[in-house]
Structure formats: C-alpha cells, structure tokens
Design a protein around this ligand. Structure first.
Ligand SMILES: [Zn+2]
Length: 721
C-alpha cells in the first residue's frame, strides 16, 4: 500500500456560512424556484420521479419512526412505522407511499396531534389499497380522514411485516464469516427500501428518522444513524438520525458484531473472526482520510464515521450509508482497493449524502463528484502518481465498455432518461462514475486552479447541504461562482458544451492529464509492449521488470491490458504462466481474478486447478460472476457446472440463482426487482461479456432514447454504490 504521508494543505479561505435547510424537501410550499443570484438559493425541484409511485410533492415529511422486532427464525421484521407529515396542497385526500408486494400491511391509522376540537386526537383507522406499480414496487394508497387540511400536522402509523423483499438480506449462519450466528442487513440503493418500510422512496425527499429495534440475545444492531443506545435488559436498540437523509440511505445490520475504536469518531465493526484483521488494515487511516477530506471540502457533517464489514454475500463492494459505511469483507485482503473503496465512501459524506441527486436519472451527481473527491483525497494523502495510476485503470475500463457498447449507446449518457418501469439500479454503470468524474475534472480545469475548485466544492456543499439537487443547480452555482467563465460562455464551447456533457452519448469530451502517473504507468506499458508479439519476449528483456515490487494497481493494469489482447498464442500464455503464475497466486484476489480470467479465456488448462481453488475459496458476487461468465463463454462450461455443484450451498440464494441462470439459462433472468445482487445477466461472447475488470456489480442496463428497451450486459469496475 502506497503510503506517502503527504501533509494535506488547506488553502480554502472562501467558505461561506449558510443555514442548514432542515431538509424539508417534499413539496415545501412557498419556496422560490432556484436560480443564480445573491443570497441562499433553493435547489430546483424535479417535476417528477418516475421511479416513485408516491405523491411526495403533496406533503412535507418532518420525521419518521420505525419500531421493529427482528425474528431470525422466520426471517421477518414486524412492527410499525410512524410518519410525521403535513399536507401542503389543498384537496389532498390520499397519501400514496412506495411499498412492495413483500410487505404485509396489517393496519393503518391516523392521529392529529394537538388537534383538540378540530379533529381526532385518538387514532382513527384508515382504509387503504395496494396497487401494482412496477416490478420493483407497489403503491400504497391511504385515504386520509375527511377534512384533512393543508398545513395540518398528521401522524400516520402503518403496522406491517416484512417478508422476503429485495432490500433485506437474511444470512443463515453458514453464510457468515463465523458460521455460527445468523446475520441480516439491508441494502436500499436505489429503490429497494420500499420493501423495508413504506416510504417516499425518492432521493428528492430527505428527513430525519428514529428507530427502535428489538432483537434476540447476543445480537447487535447497527443503523445509519448519528445516535444509538442499547438496553441490555430489554434487548432493545434505539437509534436517531438527526440529519435529514433520503430513504435509500436508511440501513440496518444485525448479527454477532464486535467493534474496536479507530479514532475519536470512527469505529470498525465486524464479526469477531474478522475484527483484528479489519483493525490492522484500517488502523488510524480513517481519521487521517477524514482530516484530509475536511481540509478540502469543509467539516464532516455526520458526526460518526463508522465502518461495518459484511460477509461475502453483501451484493456490492460498499455502500455509503451515513455514519456507518457498509463494506464487503472480501476486499480486506486487497489493501489498495480497500483504501480506494473506503475513501470513496468517505467522500460520499459530502457528495451524495450531504448533497444528493434529486432523481435517479442524475446519479452521476453523487458518483461523479464522489469519485472526483476521492481522487482529490488520494492525491493529497498518497500523491498524484498513485491517483493517476488508479484513474488510468478505471478510464481503461470505461473505454473498454465503450468499445463493447458503441459510442452511440444511450447508457453512456450522464443524464439518463428512463422510461417508467425501468429499475434505476440497472442504469448505474461506469459512465455514472468515470464520465461523471471527467466532467467534474473538466469544470476543475476551467476554474484554472485545482485549489480554487476545492473552494468551489466546499461552498457547493455549504450552499446545498442536506438538500437534493439537479445538475442545473451545480452548473448555475458554478457559473455564478466563476462569473468570468460565464462571461466567456464556457458552457457553449464547441465540442465541450455542457449540454453535450450531460446529454451526449460516447466518450468523455475531455479527460484529465494523467502524465503525473508516468513513473508508475510507464513500466506497465513497457512490459505490455514486450508481450505484444506472437512469440514470448526474450527472457533478458524481461529482467528489468520485477512484478514482486509492483503495486496492486500496476499489476492490475498490466493484466487488464493483457486481457484486452486475449486470446493469446498458447506459447505466449505458457510463458506468461511460467513467469508470473506462482507469484500472482500469492497475491490478493483483485490480482488473482484477472490472471484466472486470462487462464479461462485462453483455455490454458495447466492453470485450471487455480481457478477451482479460487472459486472454492471465494463466495462473493464480485469474485464469482466474472469467472463463471468466462467459463461458460469458453470451452470450460463443464468445469463451471462441477464447481457450482460443489460450492452452491455456501453461496447466497440470490447469487445461486444468478449463477444458475449463467450456467443453465434456465427460467427467466432474475428481474431487476430482485435484490441488487441478482440482476439479470446476459452473457455476451467471451470477447465482450467478460470485461477484464473486477466485476462487482453486473447489471443489465435498459435504456433507450427511443423508448425501446435495449438490454446490455454491463460489467462495472468495483462499483461502490
Ligand atoms: Zn459511490
């Protein structure tokens, strides 16, 4: 792990202090529309969120409370939800919430606090109806009491039980790392939390929340909340999130979890068997990274910055749940990837969590900005060369995707317009991250000074913290912040028009200069060039290249670029194996999986036992799906089937279904409404389906400017939601 210990320097002196909005984003009346100009501004309101069935614009949601009892034996959460809200539009007689067929609604009632003689203070039972919405949710229509007036505070209580919804992942003991106790976690991004609790499931709405969670003895509960307490006698955990968050950032994990403090505001949580490794890997780094981020972008707003490591069944790499990042334990062995992933999630504390994309069509506002911020942090903490090397690996992957998909594919747009019914999670891809990063880098370049742009981002957070924004808010703020650029009409520069950035297909119109990484990247390319020909290179020419002294990202870049050239001549593959296979076998999984993909794609049987060993060891989606896809696409399908039958009982049922679909093409592909670990996979031919990247979220993107669904298998690089 590169650890250059550069001291971050804060040159920001331009921070403006603005009041916190309070996050009352849903249909708040009387707020002006956004626009450049003096004084605090309100972000623009998206007209509609096609991914939500709710009528969120008709209400202001002040707070909600969850009271749940967890039952591991039957894999259910049972309890109630209390919504504290105010109608803001005259004539509203129905409250429509996002829900899911897996939620069993028992009763709904309404209370009007402090109403005295103006209405019922005692709860009144309400009628309700559940209607179909999409394959990822339903709409819960609740008839409000007659005479409910705008401005009148009401409390709606929904009593319900969760069953097997896509947000909630119950793990039997054998699927945990310790294999002795069950565990449950939730994963709400993007539209799954409607199967956790009925809600306004749109990123446009933010609110505070609290929760009471009752559990069996020996179970620890954690939530994405700023405060928590525990009554051992009652086995009840209490949580309070005092900062407004969108529904998708409400998260819970419960199991045998122990902790260790890493710093004054950071604690690592993990199953007991993992804890010492997690502590050793992270140490005091989290506090250091937080300090660097604060110097760049202003105060960390969330108080706690805890991290919980989850078993390999966790369907993605990491999730930026506020106060409590979720991260897959499988990444622990790959130190440089762990570093990048944790820093990325920390960056979301500012970009994505404090200021959130108001619709799922502009996810790049969270991911592009978080990726830019992550790289600013790594530049300050580990140097520009390290950051450039990591960036090259990702931009290589972006261009690989473009070669597969074609420049005119609509999934390459930053602003994706999706039709009603399309699952937003299916549109999260490398472009969301890396094209978004390039646009932010372009804005930084326009500002003329990266430090000046840091100040801009700091003030952007200050301006919009705890609110949800659209891209135009960012652009308006940018142009008002840099009036000289507005005067130069930079948004209209030919070929680099902001509109083209947002709505255009194809590669980024601009990519940042990465030449500062030359000392690290150059040797990688030189070694690739040596292996270019149909015959192996002269051993003497290889002598200067000692891979054992290379960083993980250097080796990953080398293997990615060699994978791009596969299939290779057998003689070349044979020499590659004799030169590197033993060395790579002792390195981390991010390196190993790339080498094994080369083995499979080139049908190099001598190293096939290593593939078997790897797939017996690794049970996460990120380290199984890419290899199975390669095995099936090539001539080794029978090997894949054999390994699957030997290991399937150690795989989460959702992953098992995905692999069964890859292997046997049986039944319909798991729909996008399935948990995010089970998107439908449509293996492409080996040359295309198996991107030489670590696929950690393989999605079927369905987007079409013509409205005609076009399914494309996308393998994302290390997607951290
Ligand atoms: Zn992210």
């Amino acid at each position: 792990m590169a650890d250059l210990h550069q001291t971050p320097t804060s040159l920001c002196c331009c921070r403006k202090s603005l009041p916190v909005s309070g996050g009352l984003c849903a249909g708040e009346p009387g707020r002006p529309s956004a626009g450049p100009g003096p004084g605090p501004r309100s972000p623009r309101r998206p007209r509609v969120d096609v991914a939500s069935a709710s009528n969120f614009r008709s209400f202001t949601l002040h707070h909600f409370h969850l009271d749940l009892r967890l039952n591991f034996a039957v894999k259910e959460m049972r309890g109630w939800l209390v919504l504290d809200l105010v109608p803001v539009q005259p004539g509203v007689c129905t409250l429509v919430l996002d829900s899911h067929p897996s939620l069993l609604i028992h009763s709904i009632d309404c209370k009007i606090p402090g109403s005295g003689d103006r209405g019922p203070e005692d709860p009144v039972s309400l009628t309700y109806r559940v209607d179909p919405f999409t394959d990822y949710g339903s709409s819960l229509n609740i008839s409000l009491p007659t005479g409910t007036r705008p401005g009148q505070r009401i409390q709606i209580t929904v009593r319900y039980t969760t069953t097997d919804g896509p947000a909630i992942w119950w793990l039997d003991p054998e699927l945990t790392c310790g294999r002795s106790r069950p565990l449950v976690f939730t994963q709400g991004h993007s539209v799954y939390n409607r199967s956790f609790f009925p809600c306004f499931d749109t990123p446009a709405v933010k609110t505070t929340y609290s929760a009471t969670v009752r559990v069996p003895e020996g179970v620890t509960v954690l939530m994405s909340a700023s405060r928590s307490s525990y009554s051992k006698q009652d086995r009840v955990f209490q949580f309070s999130m005092e900062f407004p968050v969108p529904s998708y950032l409400v998260a819970l994990v419960a199991g045998e979890l122990h902790h260790a403090d890493m710093g004054p505001r950071s604690r690592v949580w993990a199953e007991p068997c993992l804890l010492s490794c997690a502590v050793k890997k992270l140490g005091g780094s989290v506090e250091r990274w937080l300090g660097v981020a604060e110097d760049l972008f202003g105060p960390y707003l969330w108080g706690r910055c805890d991290i919980v490591f989850l078993p390999p069944s966790f369907p993605i790499v990491a999730m930026e749940n506020p106060c409590l990042t979720f991260i897959i334990a499988s990444i622990l062995e790959s130190s440089e990837f762990l570093l990048i992933d944790v820093i990325h999630e920390i960056a979301h504390g500012w970009f994505g969590n404090a200021v959130t994309n108001a619709t799922w069509e502009e996810m790049w506002l969270s991911e592009g900005l978080a990726t830019y911020a992550q790289r600013r942090i790594t530049t300050e903490a580990y140097g520009e060369a390290f950051t450039c090397l990591e960036t090259v690996v990702r931009l290589d992957a972006l261009h690989r995707q473009l070669r597969l998909l074609g420049d005119d594919n609509p999934v390459s747009k930053l602003q994706v317009k999706f039709e009603p019914g399309v699952n937003p999670s299916s549109l999260m891809n490398l472009f969301t991250y890396e094209k978004g990063f390039c646009f932010v880098s372009y804005l930084s370049q326009l500002s003329g000074d990266v430090r000046r742009f840091d100040c801009f981002l700091r003030d952007y957070i200050s301006e919009f913290q705890f609110q949800s924004v659209v891209a135009q808010d960012l652009i308006d703020f940018f142009l008002s912040y840099f009036p000289e650029l507005k005067d130069e009409a930079v948004s209209q520069r030919e070929g680099l028009e902001f509109e083209r950035w947002l709505s255009g297909c194809g590669p980024p119109p601009y990519e940042p200069d990465l030449s500062a990484g030359g000392a690290l990247i150059g040797p990688v390319q030189d070694l690739c060039d040596l292996w270019r020909g149909p015959a192996p290179p002269d051993p003497l020419s290889l002598a200067p290249f000692d891979l054992s002294s290379w960083s993980t990202f250097q080796i990953v870049l080398f293997l990615d670029r060699m994978l791009d050239r596969s299939p290779l001549h057998h003689e070349v593959m044979s020499r590659l194996s004799s030169c590197y296979s033993s060395l790579l076998d002792g390195l981390n999984a991010e390196v190993q999986i790339r080498w094994l993909q080369m083995v499979v794609r080139n049908s190099f049987y001598p190293d096939l036992p290593r593939v078997r060993v790897f797939l017996h060891k690794h049970t996460s989606r990120m380290y199984t799906v890419p290899l199975y896809e390669d095995l099936v696409a090539g001539v080794m399908k029978c090997v894949a089937v054999e390994i699957f039958y030997q290991t399937q009982l150690r795989l989460h049922p959702n992953l098992r279904r995905t692999l069964q679909h890859i292997l046997f093409q049986t039944g319909p592909a798991p729909p996008p409404s399935s948990p995010p670990s089970t998107p439908p996979l449509q293996p492409l031919p080996a040359a295309t389906a198996t991107s030489p990247t670590t696929a950690t979220a393989s999605t079927t993107a369905t987007a079409s400017s013509t409205g005609t669904p076009a399914s494309i298998a996308l393998l994302d690089v290390n997607v951290s939601a």
